[in-house]
Design a protein around this ligand. Structure first.
Ligand code: FPP
Length: 250
């Protein structure tokens, strides 16, 4: 091999290393995890079994995310409307969140995942609230992936609360702009999602990240959430990579 060949080969290798696996990587991804109930019904299982399988899917997805170029992953765990579900389902879900924080989230902590919750906390039990604060504190220095968990969250309620905070601050009408509203949302550090994925075939937003998703790309998959994982995430990212984002321009 000549010197020139060596130089060209080195350049090619460097270029390959720089090239991400996907031509356009989604750094911030948000997921509407839907279909736990249907997954369970199809198997003749109680809905709680679907939610439990959903926690396993969450773990698989979180563990796959960093190697696919994702820096921030935001999941819709419990909406402001989910309180209207039957009491036993709500109670099972609260128990499952507590169990997940104690078990899986501690494992994710050891893998360098930083975990934060956003949404209302005043309707959660004292012990669940303490667990949320505890895992947030313990994972605060982690840098491998940011996991944001929307809990007792609704996009409209979030915007209403932001407006109230702005009015209370006494700012003039002219002082209100998009940056101030953004800063007043439930999680000011949460990046706007590049990509929002919804599982289970439903094609709606269901009050999730209304402000933050203004320019997001959407991928809807018929996979039920408990069946989701690394392969389905990769497929959604590949679909995203084929899109051209214009942000309103040409
Ligand atoms: C939707 O399924 C899912 C939820 C209501 C959210 C609960 C999510 C999990 C338990 C996954 C793990 C999350 C954490 C934070 C541990 P559905 O019951 O609405 O499904 P259906 O539309 O088929 O009835």
């Amino acid at each position: 091999m000549t010197v020139l060949d060596r130089l060209l080969r080195a350049r090619r290798l460097r270029a390959q290393q720089r090239e991400p696996d996907l031509p356009q990587a989604a750094r911030a991804v948000a997921i509407i995890m839907d279909g736990n109930g249907r997954w369970a019904r199809r198997r003749g299982l109680p809905v709680a079994a679907g939610h439990r399988a959903g926690t396993a899917a969450l773990r698989r997805t979180v563990e796959a995310a960093p190697d696919l170029g994702i820096r921030s992953l935001c999941v819709y765990a419990f909406s402001t409307e989910n309180w209207t579900r039957p009491d036993d389902e709500v109670s099972d879900l609260m128990d499952l969140f507590a169990e997940t924080i104690r078990g899986q989230f501690e494992d994710l902590h050891r893998q360098g995942v930083r975990i934060r919750f956003f949404g209302r906390r005043d309707r959660a039990s004292d012990s669940l609230r303490a667990q949320m604060a505890g895992i947030e504190e313990r994972t605060a220095a982690n840098e491998r992936l940011d996991l944001w968990v929307a809990f007792d969250y609704g996009g409209r309620a979030e915007i209403v609360e932001a407006c109230r905070e702005i009015v209370r601050s006494g700012v003039t009408a002219e002082g209100v702009d998009a940056a101030l509203i953004r800063q007043s949302l439930a999680a000011p550090d949460l990046p706007d999602p590049d990509l929002v994925i919804r599982t289970s075939g439903e094609q709606r937003l269901s009050n999730f990240l209304l402000w933050q998703s203004a320019y997001a790309e959407y991928v809807f998959t018929t996979t039920l959430w408990p069946d989701f994982g690394a392969d389905a995430l990769r497929d959604a990212l590949a679909e995203y990579a084929r899109r051209r984002r214009r942000f309103g321009g040409r």
